[in-house]
Design a binder for this molecule. Structure first.
Ligand code: GFB
Length: 320
């Protein structure tokens, strides 16, 4: 059995800021922190502080003085939103990353964890993708804007570590799903979209439901609660220059995923492919070796996670 890495940083008694606490990952981190005996959980809404405004971020951090910071805050979206709004995805994510990381340095934050995404890797990276594949080839065009901003965030953490000795680290989660996901069909990722579509098809007694693309691309999925557990683990056990992949280590074709969702939802109709919609990158399975060597592995199977996500959708979307 792999030995679990030792704790080198404690969250106990600390003032911890989760930037973006209302999002799927941010809310999962807040739930996970309930087990950590932290001193105070700091959160702030978009109405109180716009994270893309440097002055607002700096004032808030100088006033609240967090000791540890998680940065899941980002403008996120699925394949269509990413390719439709390149300026928004690049500008907002660059601004959020640089404002928070710079202010964290200025206010003496002890430890910061920045979140990226598996789309930072080259489109045709070797599979499973090791961390050192970063910047070895051209990016996938449907999400290069978001990827460039996230790569800049990783580099900011490395630069502040190198120049100022700041203990800022980065984690690269794979495609995530879970409670508080975005179920809007135009801007969501694939899992919430499929859940919504399969549910609607079942309710309406439709003969079929539509899946975007050819169904052949492969994607790796991780439940947001597993991701949050890995992030807290990294915060406590890891300090280093290199970003760390956070994934499940296995992937599915989009068609297989769609059939799993149909089964979980209980829709037995036909599957129709809309090939006018983009497939995106053919495959992005990340190597999970580094995190496994440190002693962390996920707990929630895709089947159980999908069932939980469907239940969350039913409980929280009265329009469902
Ligand atoms: O999750 P998704 O939108 O983003 O799409 P990416 C994954 C795959 O699912 C694509 C297919 O091949 C889609 O064509 N798909 C099938 C669908 N049906 C649907 C549907 O109804 N809705 C959606 N959205 N997809 C994103 C990046 O890439 O992944 C982001 O754009 C980020 O930057 C995120 O990195 C994790 O996996 O292609």
């Amino acid at each position: 059995m792999t030995q679990r890495a030792e704790n080198i940083y404690t969250l106990e008694g600390k003032r911890v800021w989760v930037a973006g606490h209302r999002g799927m990952v941010g809310s999962a981190i807040c739930r996970r922190l309930e087990q950590e005996n932290i001193g105070e959980l700091l959160t702030v809404t978009r109405q109180q502080v716009d994270l893309s405004r440097q002055d607002q971020v700096e004032t808030w951090m100088a006033d609240t003085r967090p000791e540890a910071v998680f940065v899941p805050a980002a403008k996120v979206g699925g394949i269509l939103a990413n390719s439709t709004y390149p300026a928004d995805f690049l500008y907002e994510n660059l601004a959020i990353a640089s404002n928070i990381i710079h202010a964290a340095h200025k206010t003496g934050v002890e430890k910061l964890l920045f979140l990226g995404s598996s789309c930072i890797y080259p489109k045709l990276a070797p599979q499973p993708i090791p961390e050192d594949a970063l910047l070895t080839g051209p990016l996938e065009p449907t999400n290069e804007w978001y990827a460039i901003a996230k790569i800049a965030g990783i580099k900011l953490c490395q630069a502040y570590r190198q120049q100022h000795g700041a203990d800022f680290i980065s984690a690269m989660p794979t495609n995530l799903y879970g409670p508080f996901d975005n179920f809007d069909l135009k801007s969501s990722h694939v899992i919430p979209a499929l859940i919504r579509k399969a549910h609607a098809a079942k309710q309406n007694n439709d003969k079929s439901m539509i899946m975007w693309g050819t169904g052949t691309p492969m994607r790796e999925f991780l439940h947001a609660d597993d991701c949050a557990d890995a992030l807290v683990f990294l915060m406590k056990t890891y300090s280093g220059d290199q970003h760390i992949n956070v994934g499940s280590g296995t992937d599915e074709t989009i068609e297989a995923l769609t059939r799993m969702v149909m089964e979980v939802v209980g829709f037995g109709g036909e599957l129709v492919k809309d090939t006018s919609k983009p497939d995106g990158t053919p495959r992005k399975l990340m190597s999970a070796d580094r995190l496994r060597e440190m002693g962390w592995s996920p707990n929630i199977s895709l089947k159980d996670g999908l069932a939980g996500a469907y239940q969350w959708f039913l409980d929280n979307h009265s329009d469902a």
